[in-house]
Design a protein around this ligand. Structure first.
Ligand SMILES: [Zn+2]
Length: 344
């Protein structure tokens, strides 16, 4: 587990939803399990580590922006004086934890970082995100630890446009996203399925507002499980936002603490089955302090479960509801590639 007071030093304007207090809520959940967690200090990501994902021009722009701080990089994305350092610590934390788990030094892990990363594109900051932490981690375990196939599960309520674009033509990094749709940032339709050699290694599950535990758990059981069994990842990274929580002030989903616990347990079982349990969660969004605390508690329960944990029983979404309709669309795009997709 990685958390650090320096992650509080990145600040936007007052009232910005991506605020330092978010990590205090995450910390309350971590503190309850502190005895069982091994804490690691975050390392700064180096230029070489960041250049596996980002353009040199983007790194230069970020350094130039903090010289002018406080500064604005897009309508929602701001930097303070320490933001470039803090963003490098966030990317470095995700990378270090992923490498430690890939080497077998740790069973699994949670990087409680900010700023978040999944909207950051190779060439620009976007949507509260400066550097794409999970993408930097995925590239590091491939380049440094000999991991060949990585599954990135993005259950943040927003679509991770940056992560999708960074890996869309790469057959060895499967990007799987559940997100509210239509919603910010506008990408993430079912038909966005990757390109070139990466066709099929992008799986998007756009869900209408109002979905809760049954739809989220159902989506993982009926779509993620067959996709992952077919892809055979050597490691799973979760872009772990908690803004699908029912208290979240930005989004309109209804996932509960029990829902996040079931989702984590399911992914933990999948990781145990497919990749020796190698699983790393990297914090993304989540703007209700209650949702962040409950979500973190649920994720830690799943990660710390001594196992072999039992995959949660299916909840029953309404027949003919949004998950059923989505699975029909997914089957048309991905059905031939992923046997068993959608089976209840
Ligand atoms: Zn989000």
């Amino acid at each position: 587990m990685i958390e650090d007071r320096r992650f509080l030093e990145h600040r936007g304007p007052a009232e910005h939803p991506e605020r330092p207090e978010r990590l205090d809520a995450v910390h309350r959940a971590i503190a309850q399990r502190a005895d069982e967690l091994e804490a690691r200090p975050p390392q700064l990501a180096s230029n070489d580590e960041l250049l596996r994902v980002h353009d040199r021009a983007h790194l230069g722009l970020l350094d130039a922006a903090v010289e002018q701080a406080p500064a604005q990089l897009d309508p929602d994305t701001f930097v303070s004086e320490r933001s470039a350092v803090v963003a490098r610590l966030a990317a470095g934390a995700a990378l270090d934890l992923a490498c430690a788990v890939a080497r077998g030094e740790l069973a699994n892990g949670l990087a409680a970082v900010r700023p978040p990363g999944h909207h950051a594109e190779a060439g620009h900051a976007m949507g509260f995100c400066l550097l794409n932490n999970v993408a930097v981690a995925a590239q590091a375990i491939r380049a440094q630890e000999g991991v060949e196939r990585v599954l990135i599960l993005d259950w943040d309520v927003h679509h991770g446009n940056g992560t999708q674009h960074i890996f869309e033509s790469d057959r060895d990094v499967l990007y799987f996203s559940t997100h509210q749709y239509p919603y910010y940032p506008g990408t993430g339709a079912v038909g966005e399925a990757g390109s070139g050699a990466g066709l099929g290694a992008t799986v998007n599950l756009p869900l209408p507002a109002g979905c809760g535990d049954a739809e989220y758990l159902g989506a993982l059981q009926r779509v993620l499980v067959p996709v992952a069994r077919s892809f055979q990842p050597e490691m799973i990274l979760i872009s772990c936002g908690f803004d699908a929580h029912r208290d979240d002030p930005l989004a309109a989903m209804a996932v509960s603490e029990a829902g996040y616990a079931d989702m984590t347990r399911l992914v933990r079982c999948l990781a145990d089955e497919l990749c020796d349990g190698r699983l790393v969660c990297v914090l993304e969004g989540g703007y209700a302090l209650s949702g962040l605390e409950q979500g973190t508690r649920a994720v830690l329960d799943g990660l710390l479960d001594p196992g072999p944990s039992e995959s949660p029983a299916a909840l029953t979404p309404e027949p003919g509801g949004p998950l059923e309709r989505l699975i029909e669309q997914l089957d048309a795009v991905h059905g031939e590639r992923f046997p068993g997709l959608g089976a209840a």
